[in-house]
Structures are given as structure tokens and as C-alpha cells.
Design a protein around this ligand. Structure first.
Ligand SMILES: [Fe+2]
Length: 142
């Protein structure tokens, strides 16, 4: 059950990652330099988490999903295309973070019930970091 939910989280992260790459590449305008860099920082962080989630699934003796087809099918985060506007990209990131945080909180609950301390610790680290990121992105938008 924890493994299944982690796979759902993995699918969402892969879509989030690819969207971030698109934002990094396609962003235009006066804030290009800062946003281009910020989006790179975010996808570098996402790719580390993707590997940690997949390896946690393996640690729990289950199998991480690794096909684009399934990522698209199982993810709540949808593929974005041709976003060039920084505000739109940040709004999209904030709604993706909402989905990621909700899934991580669900996993945290399940893992707590299952006495799965490793997953609890991983999820609580992600939640702390992403709550801070939501604050920062929201502050940037003001
Ligand atoms: Fe680049």
C-alpha cells in the first residue's frame, strides 16, 4: 500500500520534472535570467527526489514505475506545453506542489500506521522543504 502510493508520487514527480525542464527552456521576458536559473534548481532537486522515491519503493520490495506511458496515465499532474510566461509557470508549479504535498501527506499517514519509519522520515523532509518553497514562490508573486 505504501509502495503503491509511492509509485503514484513517483509518476507525479516525473511529470513535474519534465514540466520544469520546459519552463527552464521556454521562459522569456525580463525575469528570464532569474527564472531560468530557479527552474533549473527546482528540476535538479526533483531529479534527486525521483531517485530517492524509486529506491525507497525497491527498499520496500516493490517495483518502481519506469515508463513514460504509465507516468502519464497515473499522474494527476498533467503535461504542460509551450509556457513562456514566468507567472504562469510559477502558478503551475504551485498547483503541482499542492498535488505533491497532498500525496506526501497521504503516504506519511499510511507509513505511520505501518510503522515504516524510513518512509515517514523521507516524506516529512519533502513536506518541510516544499511548504517552504510554496511560501517563497507565493512571496515572489506579490
Ligand atoms: Fe539548461
Amino acid at each position: 500500500m505504501v509502495g503503491q502510493k509511492l509509485n503514484k508520487l513517483l509518476c507525479n514527480y516525473q511529470m513535474y520534472y519534465m514540466n520544469l525542464r520546459g519552463f527552464h527552456w521556454n521562459i522569456t521576458g525580463r525575469k528570464f535570467f532569474e527564472l531560468h536559473l530557479k527552474f533549473e534548481e527546482l528540476y535538479d532537486d526533483a531529479v534527486i527526489k525521483i531517485d530517492e522515491i524509486a529506491e525507497r519503493i525497491l527498499t520496500l520490495s516493490e517495483s518502481p514505475i519506469h515508463s513514460f506511458k504509465k507516468y502519464i496515465e497515473e499522474s494527476q499532474i498533467t503535461a504542460e506545453e509551450d509556457i513562456t510566461d514566468g507567472e504562469l509557470a510559477i502558478d503551475n508549479i504551485l498547483s503541482s506542489l499542492k498535488i505533491l504535498l497532498a500525496t506526501e501527506r497521504e503516504i506519511l499517514q499510511l507509513a505511520t500506521t505501518a510503522n515504516d519509519e524510513g518512509t515517514v522520515s523521507l516524506m516529512s523532509d519533502y513536506i518541510v522543504q516544499q511548504e517552504k518553497l510554496v511560501w517563497m514562490l507565493s512571496a515572489y508573486k506579490q
